[in-house]
Design a protein around this ligand. Structure first.
Ligand code: MIC
Ligand code: SF4
Length: 641
C-alpha cells in the first residue's frame, strides 16, 4: 500500500508510536521558529530546561508581532530574545526583516523536513512541502532541546484540485471555499494534502496562502507535496540545494477525500466575525468600506503586492477609505521598491506600514467605531482589530485593492482584463538582517528587562479537585477571547500577572475578579474551545488565576495541548445536554482525582444540584502523567530523577 506525502514525512521522522489514525506518535523536529509574542515565554521555558545549545538543524527567532514600542516593554523583549538566541545557537531575524512565515518560506523552509513553530500559522511552510505544525511555546522549547513532538496521528485528507482558477479568482478563494465547506472545526485531527491537476497551476505563495489559512480549519497542518514549482521557487531564492521531491506514491491511500473544481470558484469574502462565514463577493456588493488592510502572513508575497500595485497604479484611494499595506518581508518590500510597485502604492495614497504583522494582531490601525474593514488577513474574530464594534471581512488582495478605490466592497472582475504577475526568476536575496548565533555562546550575557516576569508553574495534581464554575461561555471561543492581544496588552506577553487581569474579559468582564475571590475554579465552555492562536498565555493566565479544569463540548488542538502542558485538566462532556445543566458559581468536584485521571471517563459532581456528569478524558498515558505531575516541565523533572 502506497504512502501519501504527509505519511512519508511522518514515517521519516517517527520516533515513537505507529501511524494509526488517532494513536499517539512522537516525531523528530528538524527546525523550529518562534516569534516575539510567544517567543519570550518559549525561551524562558527553554532556559528552564537547562540545555545550553539548541539541538535542531536550525532554529530561528523572529521579531514581527510586537513592533509598536510605545514603551520600553517590547524593545526589552526584543533584546531578551536577541541575546538568548545568540547564546543558545538560534538565528535571529531582526525587526524589519519580515513576518516569520513569509521569511521562513523565502529563506529557511526545506521540503520534507519537519518544522515546529510557536505560532498557529506555521503550516504556511506546507506551501513548499514541509510538515509544518503550530504549537505552544513549551512544546517548541522542548523541540529546540532535541525532544520529540507528540501528536495523535492525524487523518490525512486528500484535497483533489481540478481545473484552473478563472480570472480574478485567487488562492484566497480556494481556502475560503474550504472554510465554507468544512467550518472552523472541520479540520481538527486532520492534515489536508492538496493534490491533483489544479496544483500545477498554483505558485508557491498561492499554495502558502492555502496552507497558512488551513489553521482556521483547526487542522494539524496542510501540505502541498513538493514539485518542480517548489524547485523553481527555491532556485529563485538561491536555495536549490534545499530542494527535494516529496510526492505521494501513485497508489497512496488517504483517510478521506474531497474535491474542488477551481474553474467553478468565484471571488469570496469571509464575513464578521468568523473565517468560515463565507459568501461570494457578489452578495456583498455596495457595502460601504471604511478601511482596507493588505498584508499579513496570508497575503503579503511579492506577487500579491505587485497585483495590488497594478490595481492602484494611477488611481486614488477613495476619500472615505484608509488603506494600509504591509509587505510581508524585507525582500518583498525591497523588490517592490526597486521595480516601482511601491511608488504606485504610495502614489495612490496607501499608508505603507512596516513588514510585520501590524493590524492583523491589532498592533495599530484599529478601525473607527462600527467601521467596515476589509483585510487580506486570516482571522476576523470579534475585537481582534482592537475595535469591538468593527466589522472585519477577509478577502483577497484583489478584492481589497479594488474596494479601496471604489469605497465599497467591489467585485474585482469589474476591473476588466486580469493582471498576470510573473514569478521572478531571481528574488532579491540579502540576509543581512538575519543575525547568526555565537559559536559557543559562553560569553554572551542574556539581557532581561524589568517586564520579564517568571512564568507561573503548575503544581502536581491534588486528589480532590474542586472549585466554583467561574464562567460559562459558548461555542468557538478563541484564544483571542481567552487572552486578548492588542496594542495595549501585547507588550505584556512576558508578564503573566499583568495579562491575567484581562483573561476572558471579552466574554466575562469579571472573570479575573471572580477567579481571585474564589481561589481559582473551573471554566465551562461550548465546542471548539480555544480555537485560533497558539498562544500559551491562554493557558498560563488561567493557571495563574487558579483554574484547575475546563469542561467543554470540544477543544481546539493546540489549546488543549497547552492546557495539559500546564497541568489544567481538559474534560469533554460525554452528554452535551449536561452543559445546559451547569450554572455559574455551581460548586463542582472531581473526587479521587488521581485515580479518576487514569480512566477515559471522569465523574464530575455538582454539589449545588446534586448531579453527576460523565466527562470524557481521552488522553494518552503521557498526558495523564502531565496532569498528575503538574505539567510538562514537572513531568520531565520527575522522569529525570
Ligand atoms: C495570531 O495570528 O493569532 C498570532 C498572534 O500570530 C498567534 C500567536 C500569538 O498569539 O502570539 C498565533 O497565530 O499563534
Ligand atoms: Fe502575524 Fe497575523 Fe500571521 Fe498571526 S496571522 S503571524 S498576527 S500576520
Amino acid at each position: 500500500m502506497g504512502l501519501n506525502a504527509s505519511q512519508k514525512i511522518i514515517k521519516n521522522h517517527l520516533v515513537k508510536g505507529k501511524m494509526i489514525v488517532g494513536e499517539e506518535i512522537a516525531i523528530k523536529i528538524d527546525r523550529t521558529l518562534t516569534q516575539d509574542s510567544t517567543g519570550t515565554m518559549a525561551y524562558l521555558q527553554f532556559e528552564a530546561l537547562g540545555i545550553n545549545r539548541v539541538k535542531t538543524k536550525k532554529s530561528v527567532a523572529y521579531i514581527d508581532h510586537n513592533i509598536l514600542q510605545s514603551g520600553p516593554e517590547n524593545a526589552d523583549d526584543h533584546l531578551y530574545i536577541q541575546t538568548v538566541a545568540k547564546k543558545h545557537g538560534i538565528y535571529f531575524s531582526r525587526p524589519g526583516n519580515g513576518i516569520c512565515h513569509q521569511v521562513n518560506l523565502e529563506r529557511f523552509g526545506v521540503p520534507g523536513d519537519t518544522l515546529l513553530g510557536s505560532d498557529s500559522h506555521t503550516p504556511t511552510g506546507g506551501g513548499i512541502g514541509m510538515l509544518a505544525i503550530g504549537a505552544g511555546g513549551l512544546d517548541v522549547a522542548v523541540a529546540m532541546g532535541g525532544g520529540e513532538y507528540y501528536i495523535n496521528m492525524p487523518k490525512i485528507v486528500k484535497v483533489n484540485l481540478r481545473g484552473k482558477l478563472s480570472p480574478w479568482v485567487t488562492a484566497k478563494d480556494i481556502i475560503l471555499e474550504m472554510l465554507r465547506r468544512c467550518t472552523v472545526k472541520g479540520g481538527v485531527g486532520k492534515i489536508f494534502e492538496y493534490v491533483g491537476e489544479g496544483v500545477k497551476t498554483l505558485s508557491v505563495p498561492e499554495r502558502a496562502t492555502i496552507t497558512n489559512m488551513g489553521a482556521e480549519l483547526g487542522a494539524t497542518t496542510s501540505i502541498f507535496p513538493s514539485d518542480d514549482t517548489v524547485r523553481d521557487f527555491l532556485k529563485a531564492q538561491g536555495r536549490v540545494k534545499d530542494f527535494s521531491y516529496v510526492q505521494p506514491d501513485a497508489d497512496a491511500v488517504y483517510d478521506e477525500e474531497m474535491e474542488i473544481n477551481l474553474s467553478t470558484l468565484e471571488p469570496m469574502v469571509a464575513c464578521p466575525h468568523s473565517p468560515d462565514k463565507v459568501v461570494p463577493v457578489s452578495q456583498l456588493k455596495d457595502v460601504k468600506v471604511n478601511q482596507v488592510c493588505i498584508g499579513s502572513c496570508t497575503n503579503s508575497s511579492f506577487v500579491d503586492m505587485m497585483k495590488v500595485a497594478h490595481i492602484l497604479k494611477g488611481k486614488t484611494v477613495n476619500e472615505n477609505v484608509s488603506l494600509t499595506i504591509s509587505p510581508g518581508s524585507k525582500q518583498v518590500l525591497n523588490m517592490i521598491a526597486q521595480n516601482g510597485g511601491l511608488a504606485s502604492m504610495v502614489g495612490s495614497g496607501a499608508r505603507i506600514l512596516e513588514s510585520a504583522c501590524g493590524p492583523c494582531i491589532g498592533m495599530g490601525q484599529s478601525p473607527s467605531t462600527d467601521a467596515v474593514s476589509l483585510r487580506t488577513f486570516n482571522r476576523n474574530f470579534e475585537g481582534r482589530s482592537g475595535t469591538r464594534s468593527a466589522k472585519i471581512y477577509l478577502v483577497s488582495p484583489e478584492i481589497a485593492a479594488a474596494s479601496a478605490i471604489k469605497g465599497y466592497i467591489a467585485d474585482p472582475r469589474e476591473l476588466g482584463e486580469p493582471i498576470y504577475i510573473e514569478m521572478p526568476d531571481e528574488f532579491l536575496v540579502e540576509d543581512n538582517m538575519i543575525a547568526p548565533p555565537d559559536e559557543t555562546g559562553d560569553n554572551i550575557k542574556v539581557v532581561r528587562g524589568p517586564n520579564i516576569k517568571p512564568f507561573p508553574k503548575a503544581k502536581s495534581c491534588e486528589n480532590i479537585t474542586c472549585g466554583k464554575v467561574l464562567t460559562k461561555v459558548g461555542d468557538n471561543i478563541t484564544t483571542d477571547h481567552i487572552m486578548p492581544s492588542n496594542a495595549k496588552l501585547l507588550p505584556y506577553r512576558s508578564n503573566i500577572p499583568h495579562l491575567a487581569e484581562y483573561c476572558l474579559t471579552p466574554c466575562d468582564e469579571d472573570f479575573p475578579k471572580k477567579a481571585k475571590e474564589n481561589g481559582g475554579g473551573i471554566i465551562v465552555a461550548g465546542s471548539n474551545y480555544g480555537q485560533g492562536s497558539s498562544r500559551e498565555h491562554a493557558a498560563l493566565a488561567p493557571l495563574y488565576l487558579g483554574v484547575k479544569a475546563v469542561l467543554a463540548k470540544s477543544f481546539a488542538r493546540i489549546h488543549r495541548a497547552n492546557l495539559i502542558n500546564n497541568g489544567i485538566i481538559p474534560l469533554v462532556f460525554e452528554n452535551e445536554d449536561d452543559y445546559d445543566k451547569i450554572d455559574v458559581m455551581d460548586e463542582l468536584v472531581i473526587e479521587d482525582t488521581l485515580k479518576q485521571i487514569k480512566n477515559d471517563v471522569v465523574t464530575v459532581k455538582n454539589k449545588n444540584r446534586n448531579e453527576e456528569y460523565k466527562m470524557v478524558f481521552n488522553v494518552t498515558d503521557r498526558q495523564r502523567d502531565m496532569i498528575k505531575f503538574g505539567g510538562l516541565l514537572n513531568m520531565m523533572k520527575e522522569n529525570n530523577k
